[in-house]
Design a protein around this ligand. Structure first.
Ligand code: FAD
Ligand code: NAD
Length: 152
């Protein structure tokens, strides 16, 4: 099957956009991801899918924890930046939440300990047990057919 056709098909599934963050020692790292879902209420579990070549993959293995920040409709630039699409080095001021770096003013910040990691093809699925979360009002940044969208 053609890769482009597969991506076109997957792109028809409208999602929000998150930035996954983790910290190894004093070094914070962020990466844009839309492969995020809620998994279980009891216990509270979520899932992210990280490409094997992403720096984030090795860092979550090392730290054993990660945070998810759900972006608001004014944070498209941060999404592009943490996807490596803006070729400049920026000094990012993260918030510190439950001892992990998170994106300021995001709709949701949640922190997780890795509950299970499953290698699936060229990605690793990290199931995280939620250790804390906080929610803010606002509109979501949407992603559909490879483009950012306003969610109305
Ligand atoms: P890097 O390329 O190492 O980092 C990304 C950028 O963030 C770089 O510019 C880096 O300098 C900067 N950065 C990171 N940490 C800091 C810091 N502390 N201070 C300052 N700058 C920092 N890939 C997936 O595997 N799964 C997904 O679900 C997924 N969803 C995506 C959804 C969208 C809408 C987009 C646009 C991309 C998505 N990607 C996804 C692709 C992924 O975001 C990129 O491939 C990413 O660059 C790979 O992550 P990395 O850890 O190698 O990041
Ligand atoms: P795109 O048309 O490449 O993506 C559309 C959809 O296809 C995505 O929402 C995702 O569901 C799926 N997809 C894309 N690349 C994938 C991959 N390597 N593995 C599994 N599923 C994938 O959209 P775009 O705007 O060109 O994306 C920008 C960049 O971000 C591309 O390099 C893309 O590969 C990457 N991306 C990766 C993932 C992922 O790894 N899960 C998800 C979204 C975007």
């Amino acid at each position: 099957m053609d890769d482009r056709l597969f991506r076109t098909a997957m792109g028809k599934f409208a999602t929000g956009v998150t930035v996954i963050t983790t910290k190894v020692g004093e070094n914070a790292h962020g990466m844009t991801a839309n492969a995020f879902m809620s998994v279980s209420l009891d216990p509270k579990l979520v899932l992210i899918s990280i490409g094997e070549k992403a720096n984030m993959n090795q860092l979550i293995k090392e730290s054993g924890k990660f945070a998810v920040s759900v972006l608001n409709d004014e944070q498209q630039d941060l999404s592009a930046y943490f996807a490596g699409q803006i070729k400049e080095d920026r000094e990012i001021e993260f918030d510190d939440f439950n001892e992990l770096p998170v994106i300021k003013d995001a709709l949701v910040n949640l922190t997780c300990n890795v509950h299970e990691a499953v290698v699936a093809g060229d990605h690793t699925l990290y199931i995280g047990e939620v250790t804390d979360l906080r929610v803010t009002d606002g509109d979501a940044l949407g992603f559909f057919e490879g483009k950012y969208r306003k969610v109305v």
